[in-house]
Design a protein. Structure first.
Length: 433
């Protein structure tokens, strides 16, 4: 833990020796100031077990390790099954490197920097030299690690003819097909490299991507970025499931990340799935989904609940009473109709029992000056072992018959093959190169 500031020390003891801490200092010491108060995001730090064996990410407090460091090195990349932090900055990069050796060097440099940032350290040795630009951008100096994770993947275009890697491209890593209702915009699509930076402090997460972009100069440029948030952990002392911008709890049906066998089935690629360099990795789907919040806000509560198939207040399926009650697709209401409508989101997503691991965040990018409406929605991030068997068929069903389509549009899309974890002494992507 960092030491209290001098100001807090002074406030702690008055001349009479009694504690005298201001409300502002209490907020600072609790770690809930700044962007967390402004955005009201959703922090998730511990796991809550559902009645049917699944799990959702539940809130944690500073006392639960809110600002601790998460190791960068390991069998799998952090930031996949890691309980989701309060904030994300996602970045897509396009390579400009002239050779595969330069690409390799970029990943080596990114590895060294990422391992340091995950521990809350400063990058490089030139942060006190007045004669050169500092080696770290500096905005997180003195801040705690805040559970920083950095997760790296490569897109289909990474394996074009530029670097002689075409024969190592996984068959799974193909451009996602067009789905019904897509309204994709070029500025939110694709990329050679995708990086998910998460932390319990927005400034810490932003600093991570900023430093990676700086290190990449001459080798890669930013293609697009998107910041995201959930309600901060301190704002919900009960640690309930986070809500999306439609007001409904989001993520109740995730598989149990503590079940290693389930994660091998749903998330982690296995040695026989494709090229050996991907074993222990995963496929990351990123979709930028705009919510027509002005239309949604004019809908009745009954229509909203029928759209999701859940009660807004409790998060319970319309076939049950509690949030983690098993979804009963056969149950009828008092009129003999399906308790969960046939086009309700949870029914359509549940068909065929296909699972993915969702790790999504809300986003707000201000006002869309073309329409005069809010550009706000969901930064959908999901991990799965087999895109063709998991995400694609699920999204096709949703695009065809999900009642939620009336209120959303998918305007961004990307797919990345996430590397397996990095061993100490190695670097991101060393199994590929």
């Amino acid at each position: 833990m960092t030491k209290p500031t001098d100001k807090v020390k002074e406030n702690r003891e008055s001349s009479s020796g009694k504690t005298n801490i201001s409300r502002r200092d209490l907020l600072k010491m609790a770690g809930i100031g700044g962007a967390g108060l402004l955005l009201g995001g959703a922090g998730i730090g511990a796991l809550m077990k559902s009645k049917d064996g699944g799990s959702v990410f539940a809130s944690s407090s500073p006392a639960d390790g809110y600002h601790e460091a998460i190791p960068f090195y390991g069998d799998h990349q952090a930031g996949v099954t890691t309980p989701a932090q309060d904030f994300v900055v996602f970045a897509s990069f396009d390579l400009t490197a002239a050779s595969v050796d330069e690409v390799r060097k970029l990943f080596q440099d990114w590895t060294a920097a990422s391992a340091i940032m995950a521990q809350g350290g400063m990058i490089g040795d030139d942060n006190d030299n007045l004669n050169v630009p500092p080696s770290d951008t500096g905005e997180a100096a003195g801040l705690q690690p805040s559970k920083t994770t950095l997760t790296f993947g490569v897109g289909p275009s990474f394996f074009d003819s530029r670097y002689g890697l075409a024969d190592r491209k996984p068959a799974e890593l193909a451009e996602l097909p067009s789905f019904g209702g897509d309204a994709l915009r070029p500025e939110w699509v694709g990329g050679d490299i995708g990086v998910q930076a998460c932390a319990n402090d927005m400034q810490v997460a932003f600093r991570a991507i900023r430093n990676l972009a700086r290190i990449a100069r001459g080798k890669a440029t930013l293609r697009w970025t998107q910041e995201g948030f959930q309600r901060t952990s301190g704002s919900d002392p009960q640690g309930g499931t986070a809500r999306n911008l439609m007001g409904f709890k989001d993520g109740t049906g995730n598989p149990d990340v503590n079940d290693a066998a389930k994660m091998n089935e749903v998330v982690w690629t296995q040695s026989g799935d494709g090229p050996s360099w991907m074993a222990g990795g995963s496929y990351m789907v990123v979709r930028r989904i705009r919510i027509r919040v002005e239309v949604w806000d004019r809908s009745t509560l009954g229509d909203q609940e029928a759209t999701f198939g859940r009660h807004r207040a409790s998060g319970a399926p319309l076939s049950g009473k509690d949030e983690f009650d098993k979804i009963d697709l056969e149950r009828k209401d008092e009129k003999g109709k399906p308790a969960i409508p046939m086009n309700a989101h949870i029914r359509v997503a549940r068909e065929d029992n296909v699972q993915i691991l969702r790790r999504s965040y809300s986003y707000s990018s201000g006002l869309d000056t073309r329409t005069g409406q809010l550009d706000a929605g969901l930064l959908f991030i999901a991990y799965n072992r087999n895109v063709a068997k998991q995400f694609i068929p699920m999204q096709r069903r949703l695009a065809q018959s999900d009642a939620l389509n009336e209120y959303i549009e998918h305007n961004g899309s990307a797919l990345f093959a996430c590397f397996p974890g990095v061993k100490e002494g190695g670097y991101i992507g060393d199994t590929l190169f």
